[in-house]
Design a protein around this ligand. Structure first.
Ligand code: CP
Length: 317
């Protein structure tokens, strides 16, 4: 594997799941692969799970790990070419990226959608510049439109907990006070569409995702109907995608909060969320604290997904 930004980069899903299982059962068996190799993790945005799990994955593989928060201690970066740099950004990303590449063997990048320019976001302006100019394999730690390490961990978790070969998985929008990117739901949809699961997306009108990510999913606006007989409820907020509302909050309707009455409609479904989660906005205390909540094993599997991907990148160096 050269770069990892989407489901296609992982190749055959069943083979990837077998590799993930091996990694989980043998976390320290590949330390020779990372010896004298440096992993650099670049964060343009905050993180708890991605930062810690990817660092841990690199350590498990015997790598040295460098973490840089661009907005805390590094020079502010100009990202547009042609700008007269007389403002508050003293360094251009076109110098910064190859310099970072000179100090490491593999680069992970977190760079969220900024909701300033939809085309920049959906063309993945930042991570694609890392791919173009770093000279190193690059993997996404959540980019503008996808969060593939999260989605891979989600898939691993569903495979571990599913009770039928073809579970019904429901992605539900839920309310949130701030405008959040579509990366997690886009990516989750992309990975679910690569399985043979029954996959349903439910959200209020106006929150339609890009058709390219919705794919073959069933879109059901009636949330109670969507929840019925579900085996997994995957909750996430996202801001509107469609123009002219790109990046806007259209609803904070708390009837979409995942609660016990709606979970009672399901086939005793497991509750999933990528975290961090706002309790009693996205999900009630009662649901997230219930035995059906698998948010902690889901987060723990972030080490497994990152380590499986990093191993494939190391093997291809
Ligand atoms: N789920 C996830 O990516 O968590 P962080 O934002 O804390 O990394």
């Amino acid at each position: 594997m050269k770069h990892f930004t989407c489901v296609q980069d992982i190749g055959d899903l069943s083979s990837a799941l077998q590799k993930a299982k091996y990694t989980k059962e043998n976390p320290f068996s590949d330390q020779h692969l990372g010896k004298n190799k440096t992993l650099m993790l670049i964060f343009f945005n905050s993180s708890l799970r991605t930062r810690l799990s990817t660092q841990k994955a690199g350590i498990n593989l015997g790598m040295n790990v460098i973490v840089l928060d661009i907005n805390q201690g590094a020079w502010k970066l100009e990202t547009e070419r042609g700008v007269i740099m007389d403002g508050d950004k003293p360094e251009h990303i076109l110098e910064a990226i190859p310099v970072m590449g000179a100090y490491c063997d593999i680069i992970g990048v977190r760079s969220f959608a900024q909701f300033e320019n939809k085309s920049d976001d959906y063309n993945e302006l930042i991570i694609n510049q890392f791919i173009q100019y770093s000279g190193r394999p690059v993997f996404s730690m959540e980019a503008a439109t996808r969060h593939p390490l999260q989605s891979f961990a989600d898939l691993i978790t569903i495979e571990e907990f599913k009770k039928t070969a073809r579970p019904k998985v429901v992605l539900t929008w839920a309310p949130h006070p701030k405008a959040l990117p579509q990366a997690v739901p886009n990516s989750f949809a992309e990975w679910m569409n690569a399985t043979d699961y029954e996959f349903v997306i439910t959200h209020p009108e106006g929150y339609e995702l890009d058709d390219k990510f919705v794919g073959k999913a069933i879109v059901e606006y009636d949330k109670e109907k969507a929840y019925r007989d579900a085996d997994f409820i995957y909750a996430k907020n996202w801001a509107a995608y469609r123009d002219p509302n790109y990046g806007k909050i259209l609803s904070t309707d708390r009837s979409w909060t995942v609660d016990t009455p709606k979970m009672a409609l399901t086939n005793n479904a497991y509750f999933m969320h990528c975290l961090p989660v706002r309790r009693n906005m996205i999900v009630t205390d009662e649901v997230i604290e219930s035995p059906q909540s698998i948010v902690i094993p889901e987060a723990a599997n972030r080490v497994v997904s990152a380590q499986t991907v990093l191993k494939e990148i190391l093997l291809a160096l």
